[in-house]
Design a protein around this ligand. Sequence first.
Ligand SMILES: Nc1ncnc2c1ncn2[C@@H]1O[C@H](COP(=O)(O)OP(=O)(O)OP(=O)(O)O)[C@@H](O)[C@H]1O
Ligand SMILES: [Mg+2]
Length: 387
Amino acid sequence: MSLNPFVWDRPLADPADVVGMDSFAEEVALTLKARTNVAIFGARNTGKSSFLTKLTQELERSHGDGAEAHVVVRIDLKRALSLAAFISAVHEAMISHPARAVRERAREQIGLLEKEVGFDIRLVKANMRTRSHQPAPEEVLYAQLSSLARLGDRVTVMMDEFQRLHRCPGEPLAILGSALMGHRSGHVSLVFTGSIREYMEMLLSDSREPIFNQAVHLQLPPIERHELALHLEHRFRDTSSPIDEQALQHLLDLTASHPQRTQQLAWSCWPRPQGGRVVTLSDVQSAWQSLLSQPLSDVSIIEETLANGAESEANERKALYLLADHRGERLSSASLATQYGLGSHTAAQAAMPRLRRRGLVEQRDGRWQIVDPLLADWLHRNSPFSP
Ligand SMILES: Nc1ncnc2c1ncn2[C@@H]1O[C@H](COP(=O)(O)OP(=O)(O)OP(=O)(O)O)[C@@H](O)[C@H]1O
Ligand SMILES: [Mg+2]
């Protein structure tokens, strides 16, 4: 019996499933091994967390003299909206480290740490005020992060969803910097991932933090279409549901090789429940139709915030429809500006950076495009401006 091989609703956990990131992973690993911190940003659902899985594999292998294997600690900051939650995320990363030897060292470090602060760390992370002499969370976090440096001779600490710290009160960046970027942690490299939108906000408000000055900033590269095609073809075939060539090409046309949408569409047209027949063009078409008919969270955001907002926001909405209807062409056309009710022929262009800050559009090869191909198609089909 075969099972649906596609995953689209969570980060990929197996590096073998991560398509097209081999050379970028090697580049980033070598940068980290040369003790340069790296910040990687990319739009939502484009594979930042999945990339960390591939990067971990690359860091854990030796690249020869001076670039030996690293111990990798991966911290998920999704819920780190307070120092207590940050502490909890670091604790989780330590006690559930996938390598047993590292896990044991981590437990040892936690024991030492608890002795040092005179407190059971689980109580801090639960934010419990059971004893009057509870140590300050700043102190615990500092000690805890410092202990990560003692987990190996060469260590990389990954902070996924780093931008969440922007909303965490209590100077988490300063604590992080002093614990892991000082002279005692010269053997520790840091990698941050986040969405560009919030990352940029953070950068603007905290531009003096050494964390930002001492990291190279890299954009997650797109996956090459032919690599994705090959991967999908194998996955379909290996689960006794081969996809025909025309269907495969149409699938990738629809999703424009967007990582998550491609996997979601492949997942949706895989013959449930157990495969066993050829996937055709009409399977792909009807799966896409059914995705389009589901509620899209982005659409309500756009319709509510942009449509009812100030004039500049109303322009953002119109510019987004123009982009969807004309696939990034003729953004500065005077006749289209009139058709879409934009004040001038420069208004659509001017709205692009604002839409990028919302995480909705990006510029590829000098051309603006909507990040999410499903949203783009939805907007085009429902455009109130299209003739
Ligand atoms: N390199 C890849 N190869 C194949 N599929 C991928 C790749 N990267 C991401 N995906 C697909 O995209 C989905 C989302 O990936 P992931 O969660 O890593 O993105 P993200 O950028 O971390 O998202 P978020 O912004 O929500 O944190 C995965 O479930 C997977 O289906
Ligand atoms: Mg992620």
